[in-house]
Design a protein around this ligand. Structure first.
Ligand SMILES: [Fe+2]
Length: 388
């Protein structure tokens, strides 16, 4: 689909990517190339309890490892970041290696700020507040979905104030991302499916975003192709290293795409459901995606045709008018085969909570980039009801 003649854009993705089976074991080389000498590993409790991954990374770092901060839990919070920064300071850390999913990566982004700037993390919330490079940060993702290793955003919860703080800053983009399929092989099928669908939503949302742009579109389209082919394989057999590797690449490309083009209605509605009813982010996205595609269908016919084509559908006879419905049905079929719940009620969302969610979702930052302008909570409620 052609771009408007008034098109102008910035595409920013300076993170160095290192890909390969067992590539994470070369982490020391990356630390040295950044000129660093003392690493704080940031990882989450479950990972350290259930796997030997953090231990393997520690061993690979050898004398460069100053210590491990492993108190990260789901939904990164201010207290976690403060605690991690305290540990990092005491150990004299000059580099962070985060090992985990979105929460560990976001926590490390926060720690990177505090180690460099000091003070209170809250003071740096907002967009482009920082004025200089932060503590070097290498990411080793253990899920293939968030793309957080190449995004300039961190979401940290302020539990006391009961709100989420958003940090959007080019200076918190990680320096290096090591994509090693061996790091995701232990992820259970349900989580593999849900996180993979988060990546699918990043790719589709980057494409239908008001801020869509050609570089992001290219990455998003290829991510969609890869997810369509390899997510079912990774869910079916977690030890399929080809599928695990291609999913890491897909999540990364989708991450770079949405970090530049932004996301829209799917994420706005999923953020709200996630915060209110603790539904896993990828699962919430996956359930809401078909209803949101139907909602946007009349504004995105040509874009949805391109997406259908990337999903392997012959679009010769698919008109732009019908593309949204066909895509929505195809996505529902895809997630059904992955074994994911199809409706919000199956994910524990009570119908009576949808009204309030519709009001809250209207003020989510992502909704601003949706191709159709939404200012009426009744419109949002209709989409929620359809997904319920
Ligand atoms: Fe997401």
């Amino acid at each position: 689909m052609p771009y408007d003649s008034s098109l102008n854009f910035i595409f920013w993705c300076p993170t160095k990517l290192v890909f390969g089976e067992n590539a994470a074991l070369d982490v020391a080389m990356e630390v040295e190339s950044l000129g660093c000498k003392r690493v704080l590993i940031v990882t989450d409790r479950d990972l350290i309890k259930n796997t030997d991954i953090p231990e393997r990374i520690k061993k690979a770092l050898g004398k460069l490892s100053a210590g491990v901060f492993s108190d990260v839990e789901a939904d990164s919070g201010l207290h976690m970041v403060n605690q991690g920064a305290k540990v990092g300071k005491e150990l004299g850390a000059d580099c962070l290696v985060s090992v985990g999913g979105g929460s560990a990566i976001d926590t490390a982004k926060g720690i990177a700020i505090l180690l460099k700037e000091g003070g209170k993390l809250q003071d740096y919330a907002g967009f482009q507040v920082l004025t200089r490079p932060q503590t070097p940060h290498i990411v080793i993702p253990t899920t293939a979905g968030t793309g957080s290793e190449v995004t300039y955003v961190a979401v940290i919860k302020d539990h006391e104030a009961g709100r989420k703080l958003l940090f959007g800053d080019y200076h918190i983009l990680p320096n290096v991302a090591i994509l090693d399929p061996k790091m995701t092989e232990g992820l259970p099928p349900k989580l593999t499916a849900a996180t993979g669908m988060d990546a699918m939503c990043h790719a589709i949302e980057a494409m239908h975003s008001l801020q869509r742009e050609p570089m992001a579109d290219g990455m998003a389209l290829h991510a969609i192709r890869l997810i369509k082919d390899f997510l079912p394989r990774a869910v079916e057999d977690g030890k399929d290293m080809t599928a695990r590797g291609q999913m890491l690449i897909a999540a990364n490309m989708a991450g770079a795409a949405f970090s530049n083009a932004q996301v829209g209605i799917v994420h706005a509605l999923a953020h709200t459901i996630g915060a209110k009813f603790k539904v896993h982010h990828g699962l919430a996205n996956s359930i809401l995606l078909p209803a949101c595609v139907k909602y946007n269908a009349d504004a995105c016919g040509d874009i949805y045709r391109d997406i259908l084509s990337a999903m392997g559908v012959n679009i010769e006879r698919v008109s732009p008018e019908r593309a949204g419905d066909i895509l929505a049905d195809g996505l529902a079929e895809f997630t059904k085969k992955l074994g994911l719940p199809q409706k919000l009620r199956e994910a524990g969302v009570p119908q009576e909570g949808l009204n309030e969610c519709s009001e809250i979702a209207l003020s989510d930052g992502a909704i601003v980039y949706n191709p159709k302008f939404i200012s009426d909570s009744a419109e949002v409620l209709k989409v929620y009801q359809q997904a319920w």
